[in-house]
Design a binder for this molecule. Structure first.
Ligand code: CTP
Length: 420
C-alpha cells in the first residue's frame, strides 16, 4: 500500500533516547511516499544529529524559533499550515505538558500551538514519568482535545526498568498515522460524533464487544501459525461503535495498529486466550466477531525449539480451536441481542456466508472476498456483502472506516428493532 502522493508530515522530534527509532520512522514514511519535514527540540539534538535527520528527510531541519522569524521563506505558521498531520515522536513528558497547557517557548511547542491540523503523539518516557498523575492528567487533556496517541507500549526501557512508557515501534506509529489520515476527520471520540445521531441515540451506554486481528498459535518457543489479517476492519468497527457512544471492549490479536482511543483494548495471542477474554467481557448487547481466529492450533506446543532431522519428515498434529462466534450465537444464557460474524471467503462467497449465518446462529454475516487479488487483507478498502435472516445486500467498495460507520448504523437500527 502506498500513501496518497504529497501527504505531508511535520515531524516534531523530542529529546529522548527513543529518538533513534524516529530515524527509522522517517525512513518508513519516505518509503510510503510521504513528504517529511522535521522540527527538533534542543534536547533531541543531544540524541540524534540534525545531519542524520536532514539526510533521511531530504530537507532542512528547523530548530530555532527566532531564526524562522528572520527567514521569511518559511515562517512557523507556514510550516504547520503546509502539513497534513503533525507527529510528535518521541513525545516527552515535557512536550506533552506544554501541549496540554498551551505553552509555546520553543519552535516545537510553538508549532503545536499554532496549528489547526491533526496531531499524533508517540509518547516515550520512564514508566514513573508516564504513570505520574501529572502526565496522566495532561494526556487526558490532550485526548479530550482530539490529539491521537500511538502508544506508549509496555516494555524494557533504556534505564533498565520495565513497564509502560516505551515508544511504539515505527511500524505501529506508521499504521496509526495512516489510520488517522485515512479517517479524514479528527479521531472519532463520542464528543466529536456528529455523523449519525440516530445510531448514537440507540447505542449510548450499550455494550459492544469486537474481536479483531489474527490469532497466533505457537508451534515452539520461536515459531507460530498465523494469518494475514491486519485488524484494520475490526479496529475501525470498534472505533465507529465508540464514536456512536457505545461502551466498547476490543479483544485484539497481535496487530501493528495503535489501540483505538477511548476503547478498552485487551491484547491476546491465541484463540484460547481470545475465548477467555470474550467470555470475561459478557454480557454485551452486540458482539461483532471480526478476528481471523486461527482454525487450528498445534496439539502440543514443543517446549524447546524443534530441530531439523534429515531422517524424519517434519509433521505437525493440529487440533481445532474453539469457534468463538458459534459459541456466542448458540448461547442460551447471556446471548448478545445481536451476534455478528464475518465470513472471509476466497470462493463461493454467498453460499459459504449463508451457511455460516445458519450454522453459527448469527443475526448478520458480513462476507468479504479475501482472495489475494481482492487486496482486502491488509488493505485500506473493503467490499462487503451483508447477509441477515431477511435477505442480502451488496455494498460498494469503500474504506474500512466507512464500512465500519455504516455497519454500526445498521446494527443500531437492528438493535432498536429487537426492542431489547
Ligand atoms: N470465528 C471464530 N472462532 C473461530 C473461527 C472463526 O469466532 N475459531 C469467527 C470469525 O471471527 C468470523 C467467522 O467466525 O466472524 C467466520 O470466520 P471464517 O474464518 O470466515 O470461517 P470459519 O468459521 O473459520 O470457516 P472456514 O475457515 O472453514 O471458512
Amino acid at each position: 500500500m502506498t500513501a496518497i502522493p504529497e501527504q505531508r508530515i511535520l515531524l516534531i522530534i523530542g529529546g529522548g533516547i527513543a529518538a533513534y527509532k524516529t530515524l527509522d520512522l522517517i525512513r518508513r514514511l519516505r518509503e510510503r511516499g510521504f513528504f517529511v519535514r522535521a522540527v527538533m527540540t534542543e534536547s533531541a539534538q543531544r540524541f540524534v544529529t540534525k545531519l542524520a535527520v536532514e539526510s533521511l528527510t531530504g530537507s532542512r531541519v528547523f530548530d530555532d524559533l527566532f531564526a524562522l522569524t528572520e527567514d521569511s521563506s518559511m515562517g512557523h505558521i507556514e510550516l504547520s499550515r503546509d502539513a497534513d498531520l503533525l507527529v510528535v515522536a518521541p513525545a516527552t513528558a515535557d512536550i506533552i505538558a506544554k501541549m496540554a497547557h498551551g505553552l509555546a517557548n520553543d519552535l516545537a511547542s510553538t508549532m503545536l500551538l499554532a496549528t489547526d491540523k491533526k496531531i499524533l503523539v508517540a509518547p516515550a518516557m520512564n514508566l514513573r514519568m508516564w504513570l505520574h498523575p501529572a502526565t496522566q492528567r495532561n494526556a487526558a487533556i490532550l485526548q479530550n482535545d482530539g490529539v491521537v496517541f500511538a502508544g506508549p507500549e509496555n516494555g524494557g526501557m533504556a534505564c533498565g526498568e520495565y513497564g509502560p512508557g516505551r515508544m511504539s515501534e515505527p511500524l505501529a506509529i506508521l499504521a496509526a498515522i495512516e489510520q488517522v489520515l485515512a479517517s479524514g476527520t479528527r479521531i472519532p471520540l463520542p464528543a466529536d460524533f456528529s455523523g449519525n445521531q440516530e445510531a448514537a441515540d440507540v447505542l449510548a451506554g450499550r455494550r459492544v464487544l469486537v474481536t479483531s486481528g489474527p490469532t497466533r498459535e505457537p508451534i515452539d518457543p520461536v515459531r507460530y501459525i498465523a494469518n494475514r489479517s491486519s485488524g484494520k476492519q475490526g479496529h475501525a468497527i470498534a472505533a465507529a461503535a465508540a464514536a456512536a457512544s457505545a461502551d466498547v471492549v476490543l479483544v485484539s490479536g497481535p496487530v501493528a495498529l495503535a489501540d483505538p482511543l477511548g476503547i478498552r483494548t485487551i491484547h491476546v495471542e491465541t484463540a484460547r486466550d481470545m475465548v477467555r477474554q470474550v467470555e470475561a467481557a459478557l454480557p454485551v448487547d452486540i458482539f461483532v466477531g471480526v478476528a481471523a481466529v486461527a482454525d487450528w492450533r498445534v496439539a502440543e506446543t514443543a517446549p524447546e525449539k524443534i530441530k531439523k532431522d534429515p531422517k524424519q519428515e517434519a509433521c505437525l498434529t493440529l487440533v481445532e480451536n474453539p469457534d468463538i462466534l458459534a459459541a456466542l450465537g448458540r448461547r442460551s444464557k447471556d446471548r448478545p441481542a445481536l451476534v455478528v460474524g464475518f465470513a472471509a471467503e476466497s470462493e463461493e462467497l454467498v453460499e459459504n456466508a449463508q451457511a455460516k449465518l445458519t450454522a453459527k446462529n448469527c443475526d448478520m454475516i458480513v462476507a468479504n472476498d479475501v482472495s489475494r487479488a481482492s487486496g482486502v487483507l491488509g488493505g485500506e478498502n473493503n467490499k462487503v456483502l451483508i447477509l441477515t435472516k431477511n435477505g442480502k445486500e451488496s455494498w460498494p467498495w469503500m474504506t474500512k472506516q466507512e464500512v465500519a460507520r455504516r455497519l454500526v448504523a445498521r446494527l443500531a437500527a437492528m438493535l432498536a428493532e429487537t426492542g431489547r
